[in-house]
Ligand binder design. Structure first.
Ligand code: HEC
Length: 315
């Protein structure tokens, strides 16, 4: 069996369900993202301690599809198989819509910043099974996939369903993802900011409020992904509030993720109740946010603590 075949076999042995979207390991010292970053502490510090900020084009600024697309872009469960299991989303490879130079996933990458994602997408046409990773492109620049007509939507659908084995995205989801990619503003220099807990917290608030609107509009597929997106962000905070003195925050985060999961399930059974359930959830989480902000300095959002961890860990 060739290298790729073996990699695929191990992809298939891992079952992924919506329930595993938020897997909290008790006191796990390592950040999951380390598994798909190159093996170099300074590169990891840059990838995990900073965020790339890409502003939307003016025409996209006021359209909710931009924010919906951005949230779903950051949601691993959109992709299936090994990627979702590892916590990989579109964002992991295309940080903020650009290219992540530090991405390196065993079985998918050769040099840092490369990935073999087109293999099975094109394999039906080409019929070969070569391992040929290519540099991850910056989506703010015009690439080889046309943004005209439906070419972008078709490409993204192919990535999700055929390459990553994700569920068929509904129209609203695909529309928002393509809108987000088209709306990324091209610029030579990007500001890169320190990553603080404000980032996931504002992502959570935004995803929950967009999820509410999507549910009201009857877009249940997109609503589920938006709530999954918020749960994923809760998981990211959970990882960074490590150690016994932050245990109560982790408990609060797990509880919040769990109740959000229950609301997510209600989308199937009692969608008319989702809006008011989310309002209640929002109120409860508001007080938790304040407590999280107060203890941010003790968490791995503190760059010194993050650096210590990355320097010390054995890879
Ligand atoms: C494992 C890393 C990885 C993930 C995850 C990933 N991509 Fe990509 N993406 C790539 C690579 C590598 C290419 C270049 C493929 C090529 O050139 O053949 C690419 C190409 C693209 C392109 C075409 C750019 C062009 O040249 O015109 C788009 C659009 C895109 N990705 C969007 C997405 C979206 C949306 C998601 C999530 C559904 C996603 N990608 C997930 C690595 C990734």
């Amino acid at each position: 069996m060739d290298y790729r075949g073996k990699a695929l076999l191990s992809f298939c042995t891992i079952a992924v369900s919506l329930a595993s979207a938020v897997a909290f390991a008790a006191d796990a010292p390592l950040l999951r993202a380390v598994t798909w970053l190159e093996n170099e502490p300074s590169a990891q510090l840059e990838a995990l301690g900073k965020k790339v900020v890409v502003a939307p084009r003016t025409a996209a600024e006021t359209d909710t599809r931009w924010a919906v697309g951005r949230a779903i872009f950051q949601t691993p469960i959109l992709l299936g198989g090994q990627a979702a299991k590892a916590g990989i989303s579109c964002e992991s490879c295309h940080s903020g819509g650009t290219a992540n130079p530090h991405f390196r996933f065993p079985g998918m990458s050769s040099a840092p910043g490369t990935a073999d994602v087109t293999h099975s997408f094109f394999s039906k046409l080409r019929g070969n099974s070569t391992f040929d990773p290519v540099p991850i492109p910056d989506l703010t620049k015009t690439g080889k996939v046309s943004h005209e007509g439906q070419a972008l939507e078709e490409f993204i659908r192919g990535l999700i369903v055929e390459e990553f084995g994700g569920l068929e995205p509904d129209g609203a989801t695909l529309d928002a993802l393509a809108f987000y990619v088209r709306g990324l503003r091209d610029a030579e220099k990007r500001p890169s900011k320190m990553l603080t807990v404000d980032e996931p917290l504002s992502n959570i608030n935004s995803a929950v409020s967009l999820g509410k609107s999507a549910a009201r509009a009857g877009q249940f597929g997109a609503a589920k992904l938006l709530l999954a997106s918020a749960r994923h962000q809760l998981g990211l905070i959970h990882e960074r509030y490590a150690g016994s003195r932050l245990a109560r925050h982790r408990k609060a985060l797990s509880d919040a993720a769990q109740s959000l999961g229950q609301i997510q399930n209600q989308l199937d059974e009692q969608p008319e109740r989702v809006s008011s359930a989310l309002l209640r959830w929002d109120k409860l989480f508001y007080t938790k946010q304040k407590a999280l902000r107060r203890d941010e300095g003790k968490s791995l959002y503190n760059p010194d603590l993050l650096k210590n961890l990355l320097d010390k860990q054995e890879l």
